[in-house]
Design a protein around this ligand. Structure first.
Ligand SMILES: C[S@@+](CC[C@H](N)C(=O)[O-])C[C@H]1O[C@@H](n2cnc3c(N)ncnc32)[C@H](O)[C@@H]1O
Length: 271
């Protein structure tokens, strides 16, 4: 870790900070491109104040470093030039007031209370305030697999999966569900989820294109492998009789998909 700028900044900080060792490479990867720039960086969760100094040293003096905590004692870090906001990350009115006072944010890092409600409300409340090409990062997401942070059904990782589903619903092939048009991509590390915000890219239509080069009349073999020889033997003589029945194609697809899942024992990958 000797070559990690965020780890060096962490060690250099004059006050106590608590971070998992695996996070520093992730910080370098995600936040490295913002170093030396006049960005607005927000961290939820101040505790001993050490991470505020770490971020200042990591991003450089141009960065505006803002801390959020429920503990009013955290106000003391204002004297060191940090902007401190006292309130609860699970309070939507706190975030409304915060967004109005702070304006657009480049990076928000949630290292607060880590309950599902706190994490989800923070993302939902702040998504609209993150600049395009900015990041909203939630850490300690392993709480989604621990007792005591909320009902599993509403875990943060399930919420993230739901957002991923909503990103894919942007496809022109899927028309019946609300799509997510602020988050361009979701990046998942061990215990950290990063949402990359980019509204123009998220709104860009996706249409099928071709580069108009010779196609060699290649046949698409996508369904060949999926045919179960036993079903083909039974079903082939029936095709001319059944092909005009309504819903027959859908039923055939359903049978083929089921047979394929069984043949390759796909259930073993769902644990
Ligand atoms: C894990 S510590 C933060 C550690 C710090 N970021 C560091 O690197 O050293 C969590 C902090 O979140 C604060 N916190 C807990 N629940 C909160 C809430 N609902 N809203 C805001 N802050 C909260 C706690 O007071 C505590 O200071």
């Amino acid at each position: 870790m000797n070559d990690s700028p965020s780890f060096a900044a962490y060690l250099e900080s004059p006050y106590r900070s608590l971070k998992h060792s695996s996070y520093f490479r992730v910080y370098d990867t995600l936040f490295g491109p913002y170093r030396g720039r006049a960005i607005t960086f927000v961290e939820v969760g101040i505790l001993g104040g050490g991470s505020l100094f770490m971020w200042r040293s990591f991003f450089g003096p141009q960065a505006r470093i803002i801390g959020v905590d429920l503990n009013p004692n955290a106000r003391k870090w204002e004297k060191d030039g940090f902007e401190i906001f006292i309130g609860s990350q699970s309070d939507t009115s706190f975030w409304q007031d915060f967004a109005r006072k702070v304006g657009p944010v480049d990076i928000l890092l949630d290292d607060g209370g880590h309950t599902y409600a706190q994490q989800i409300i923070t993302v939902e409340s702040m998504l609209d305030s993150i600049r395009d090409k900015g990041l909203l990062v939630v850490e300690d997401t392993h709480t989604s697999y621990l007792q005591g942070y909320g009902p599993e059904k509403f875990s943060f990782m399930r919420y993230s999966q739901n957002l991923i589903d909503r990103i894919n619903r942007r496809s022109s092939l899927v028309s019946d569900s609300p799509a997510e048009r602020r988050i361009w991509s979701v990046q998942c590390f061990e215990s950290i989820v990063a949402f990359h915000i980019n509204r123009p890219e998220s709104a860009a239509p996706s249409v099928v294109t071709t580069n108009d080069k010779p196609g060699d009349d290649a046949q698409d073999f996508r369904h060949r492998e999926r045919r179960d020889p036993r079903i083909v033997t039974v079903a082939r003589p029936l095709v001319p009789l059944l092909r005009h029945l309504p819903g027959i194609r859908r039923a055939g697809r359903w049978l083929r998909n089921r047979a394929e899942l069984r043949r390759f024992r796909i259930d073993r990958f769902f644990r």
